[in-house]
Design a protein. Structure first.
Lengths: 148, 247
């Protein structure tokens, strides 16, 4: 039940952010689906007891791989899919929480939360980069094999 | 010679549209260099920061500069410029055609109308409340608070030019409405409602993009975007904290 709940809400969140970011109309559904898969992987990993930072990295990797595939299939730049796709993983809520604690003079919690935001943002960036690097390596290997 | 001025014009326009639409700086530089290369400028130099573009047709030529003052996220325009740049690289577009199509994209307003954005923000807010562990009684209050907040931000952004003020007032509206909902027994958890409702405003994407720019070696762009994101998050946190202070 919770999984279905999470599937539906993460789809709405990613597709809704697609509208806020003004993604082309015909790619909104794909954006929502990519965001949904990334979030569900993250959710299940955290549910199974994994720490949030590695779970975010894996979620971001899945988003990046799916975005690569979608950008090939639909001939659209990859940024459209991965920008809306990573939205559920992005630590916006924690960033807000950190700033609220700063404003309320609770620096101890605030600094902890800010460090977490940096780690999560770094994790997403690593996840996205990793699949780009993998893609480049594969393309170069294929290119070399074909060159022979 | 005139030709290289024309090419510089096309490259600058493409870069300007992309930067205004919130593309990462390394993508902007890459696109400009590709277009220049396709039109035969082998050694063109391009340098973009979030607030300006530099472009030089050759290493010892005069450098062109353009200031970017307003930025928003507009994926549709990035897509259009990308298509044009791909056509140029494939040799399907002449210089004049490319300039004309870029000017069309620059003038066009491709964004969704405001009311659709507000509806989207409404559902996004409710969904995030559930995703962050809220319960269903929180769904509708979060939707309403988030929708009001986003509508408020659009309205304030039209009235006031100063950055971060619109976000501050928007999160103030969210804080007040969430507080009233809880006060009248509508919704369960104040914190979950607020966290869901501020999500459409929070610069989570900018934080991630900043880290990506840093990793790609664009240190100036990465740091300045990161600071922008932190200031926005600060404005949102302050808006809600004011509400907590009043009540």
């Amino acid at each position: 039940m919770t999984i279905i709940e999470q599937l539906i809400t993460s789809f709405i969140a990613a597709a809704g952010f697609g509208i806020l970011f003004n993604a082309p109309r015909q790619s909104l559904i794909q954006c929502g689906l990519i965001g949904m898969f990334g979030w569900i992987l993250y959710y299940m990993l955290v549910d199974a007891g994994m720490d949030v930072v590695p779970a975010t990295i894996f979620g971001a990797m899945l988003v990046a791989v799916l975005s690569q595939i979608a950008s090939r299939v639909f001939k659209t730049p990859i940024i459209i899919f991965n920008v809306s796709g990573i939205i559920p993983l992005v630590p916006g809520g924690i960033a807000y929480d950190a700033m609220r604690h700063f404003v309320e003079n609770d620096y101890f919690t605030a600094v902890q939360l800010s460090a977490k935001v940096m780690l999560l943002a770094g994790g997403i960036a690593i996840g996205l980069m990793f699949s780009e690097v993998a893609n480049q390596v594969i393309r170069k290997i294929v290119w070399k094999v074909q060159g022979r | 010679m005139e030709n290289s001025t024309m090419i510089a014009k096309v490259c600058m326009l493409a870069g300007k549209i992309m930067l205004k639409s919130g593309a990462e700086t390394y993508r902007v530089e890459d696109t400009m260099s590709r277009i220049a290369h396709a039109f035969g400028l082998e050694n063109a130099q391009s340098y973009a920061t979030p607030t300006g573009i530099n472009f030089s047709p050759d290493s010892a030529e005069a450098t062109n500069f353009m200031r970017i003052s307003k930025r928003a996220t507009d994926l549709h325009k990035i897509d259009e410029v990308n298509t044009i740049s791909r056509n140029v690289t494939a040799g399907e577009l002449s210089l004049d055609e490319a300039l004309m199509r870029l000017q069309d994209v620059d003038k066009a307003s491709l964004s969704f109308p405001g009311w659709i954005q507000i509806i989207a923000a409404t559902f996004v807010s409710g969904s995030f409340t559930i995703m962050f562990g809220g319960t269903w009684p929180d769904f509708i209050p979060a939707c309403i608070a988030g929708g009001l907040g986003f509508a408020g931000m659009l309205a304030f952004a039209r009235l006031v030019d100063t950055g971060f003020i619109a976000e501050f007032f928007a999160s103030f509206i969210i804080g007040v409405s969430a507080f009233l909902f809880i006060y009248y027994g509508f919704g369960a958890s104040l914190n979950k409602i607020i966290i869901g409702a501020v999500m459409p405003l929070v610069p989570g994407l900018h934080i991630t993009n900043a880290v990506r720019d840093l990793m790609a070696g664009h240190l100036v762009a990465g740091v300045s975007k990161g600071v922008e994101a932190i200031l926005t998050a600060f404005a949102i946190g302050a808006g809600v904290a004011v509400v907590f202070g009043i009540f």
